[in-house]
Ligand binder design. Structure first.
Ligand SMILES: [Zn+2]
Length: 245
């Protein structure tokens, strides 16, 4: 290639790169438009920032599923080390079609550096207190005042319990326990097991149960393969969606 051709080639290459970056950012903007990430394209899915402070941020994805259905809240991110199960729900729930209920997904993003979490067990400490504080400050008021029929808080654990995959209400004897047991009975691999020891309960699920919104946990073994986590999460999503509320 001559020196002149070489320069021309470089110019064309630079223009091509600029064009593709522009196209990519336009695509990203389009993807973040309300409604564009719903599988059926009928519901008006919206993203809203609820809070942002030194501990982190909280957003909510509203109206996933049937906009005329009963309202159910999912919560992910209370314990940031358990982000594999959070990511699994966020990946699968918005993709489901023909859902009976209407889902809002509350997403807690603790601002501590995630890179340090990789070598730790899900039950180790970093970020837990921060996630719980963000849940109480930004998520609890929205759910307790939001006409929800159920809240589901998604967690993972490092083989810390006698059951791998289970749901439970931290408060016995109410609608939370009843709905949790219904989900367990309608699924193959999700047990009902109350470990009677949660660090996050007082920040979200216990006051919800005590103030009119049934609230349950999902606990999943973080050591399972992604395929198994996917199939268990789909069981949860379908089990919850089939509840008569
Ligand atoms: Zn947890």
């Amino acid at each position: 290639m001559s020196r002149k051709n070489h320069r021309l080639f470089l110019i064309i290459l630079i223009i091509a790169i600029i064009c593709s970056v522009f196209a990519f950012t336009q695509l990203a903007v389009f993807h973040n438009q309300p409604g564009s990430d719903n599988a059926t394209g009928t519901a008006d899915v919206t993203h809203e920032l609820l809070g942002n402070d030194s501990l982190g941020s909280v957003e909510v994805i509203r109206n996933v599923g049937n906009p005329n259905g009963e309202k159910i809240a999912y919560v992910v991110g209370v314990h940031p080390l358990e982000n594999d199960t959070h990511a699994t729900l966020l990946k699968l729930l918005p993709k489901q079609s023909n859902l009976n209920h209407c889902y809002d997904i509350y997403v807690i993003n603790v601002s501590m550096n995630y890179s340090q979490y990789g070598q730790l067990l899900p039950d180790d400490q970093p970020g837990r207190a921060e996630g719980q504080d963000l849940a109480l400050k930004y998520v609890y008021p929205q759910i307790v005042n939001g006409s929800y029929k159920l809240a589901v808080d998604i967690h993972g654990h490092g083989s810390a319990y006698p059951y791998d995959t289970f749901v439970f209400s931290p408060v016995d004897g109410g609608d939370g326990e009843k709905l949790g047991r219904n989900v367990s009975q309608s699924t193959q691999n999700i047990s009902y097991y109350n470990p009677y020891q949660t660090t996050s309960g007082p920040y979200l699920t216990i006051p919800l149960n005590q103030n009119g919104v049934p609230a349950i946990y999902l606990e999943e073994n973080s050591f399972f393969s992604q395929d198994v986590k996917d199939s268990h999460m789909l069981e949860l999503i379908r089990g919850v969606d089939n509840l008569k509320l």
